[in-house]
Design a protein around this ligand. Structure first.
Ligand SMILES: NC(=O)C1=CN([C@@H]2O[C@H](COP(=O)(O)OP(=O)(O)OC[C@H]3O[C@@H](n4cnc5c(N)ncnc54)[C@H](OP(=O)(O)O)[C@@H]3O)[C@@H](O)[C@H]2O)C=CC1
Ligand SMILES: Cc1cn([C@H]2C[C@H](O)[C@@H](COP(=O)(O)OP(=O)(O)O[C@H]3O[C@@H](C)C(=O)[C@@H](O)[C@H]3O)O2)c(=O)[nH]c1=O
Length: 299
């Protein structure tokens, strides 16, 4: 029996990792924050030290982008100090650490998709804390995979899709159309993390390093919102009119990159993973949300 420690089991990606059909000889462990707190390195050492663990997947993070601007110490302890302790604990045991990072490590000034080796230069506290986490993992355990992803949506937790649905009773909405990126399904990220983890378990020489995984089809938040409402309307819902605006018209505490489109070429080359289009993944997520709502209304 091989045990995989998975952090953040209550989050968007963690919930989808719990739904994976793991092979019979693999047991995923999902400690809660009370058992393994990323802000408390001693709890990480204790948890890993007391068990036979064959690999670690770390999707847990401080993800409140705007709040991070005023809570940088929490953001850094969860997103950088915790991953550093995980890197030490996994290196000491010679096991792989698969760590999740973000498109917000880039400053957004590139006029093309970001490749994995492009220089990072975060423009907000959350991005800086995730960049520090990447560095800690990269230097702390040579047997690491850092998987950057972006614009995550799922039926669980907080995300842009659920925000748009919550606001769908408005007659009009204004959404920024000058920030480009790649909406990505948490279920597809979880499937990718599972593929990587199982390869790492089976093969000590499996490829390591930094990778990007996002759903296919770069877009803007405005176009993403428009497609969410187009699909929602197809199922009979009334939806708002969405107006494209510029970032300057929607002030937020944290700056966000103008372009954070990620190239997945290296992941396709090394792991043979080819992402599907985000529109298809969105349709699955909206269908799952409808199922949950109708189960709730009949229950
Ligand atoms: N959301 C997004 O749009 C994007 C996310 N990412 C990255 O993907 C990963 C997964 O994101 P997502 O699933 O959306 O995250 P969520 O915000 O949905 O979940 C975060 C998880 O981390 C856990 N957590 C937070 N603080 C601690 C702590 N101190 N100790 C232990 N666990 C903690 C939370 O537990 P609890 O329930 O106790 O709070 C929760 O399970 C993260 O690394 C994030 O940086 C990358 C790009 C985009
Ligand atoms: C609700 C709303 C948001 N917006 C804009 C604000 C912002 O520029 C953009 C997205 O807003 P959100 O706050 O939902 O998303 P944000 O918190 O920026 O999402 C990020 O989360 C972290 C964790 C990541 O790692 C990133 O990849 C990214 O997914 O949409 C509007 O223009 N109109 C609106 O009505």
């Amino acid at each position: 029996m091989r045990q995989i420690l998975i952090t953040g089991g209550t989050g968007q990606v963690g919930t989808e990792l719990a739904a994976i059909d793991w092979p019979e000889d693999v047991t995923p462990l999902f400690p809660g924050r009370d058992e393994l707190n990323l802000a408390d390195p001693a709890s990480i050492r204790a948890y890993v030290g007391e068990r036979e663990i064959a690999a670690v997947i770390n999707p847990a993070a401080y993800t409140a982008v705007d709040k991070a601007e005023t809570e940088s110490s929490s953001a850094f302890s969860i997103n950088a100090v915790g991953p550093a302790a995980l890197a030490d604990a996994t290196r000491e045991r010679g096991i792989p650490l698969i760590h999740v990072s973000t498109d917000y490590v880039f400053d957004g000034s590139k006029n093309a998709a970001y490749e994995v080796d492009d220089p990072i230069c975060p423009i907000n506290v959350y991005g800086a804390s995730k960049a520090a986490g990447e560095l800690a993992v990269r230097t702390g355990n040579p047997r690491h995979v850092i998987l950057r992803t972006a614009w995550v949506f799922s039926p669980h937790g907080g995300n842009f899709v659920k925000t748009m649905l919550r606001l769908s009773d408005r007659s009009e909405l204004r959404v920024v159309n000058d920030q480009k990126g790649c909406p990505t399904s948490a279920a597809d990220i979880a499937a990718t993390l599972a593929t990587i983890a199982l390869r790492q378990l089976d093969d000590p020489d499996a490829p390591c390093g930094t990778y990007h995984f996002v759903n296919d089809g770069p877009t803007t938040w405005f176009n993403f919102a428009s497609e969410i409402f187009r699909q929602h309307h197809q199922h009979g819902a009334a939806v708002p009119v969405v107006h494209p605006i510029e970032t300057s018209e929607y002030p937020t505490p944290a700056r966000r990159p103008t372009n954070s489109v990620l190239s997945t070429a290296r992941l396709q080359d090394d792991y043979g993973i080819k992402p599907r289009h985000w529109r298809e993944a969105l349709a699955d997520t909206l269908a799952r949300l409808r199922e949950t709502n109708s189960a709730g209304s009949h229950g």
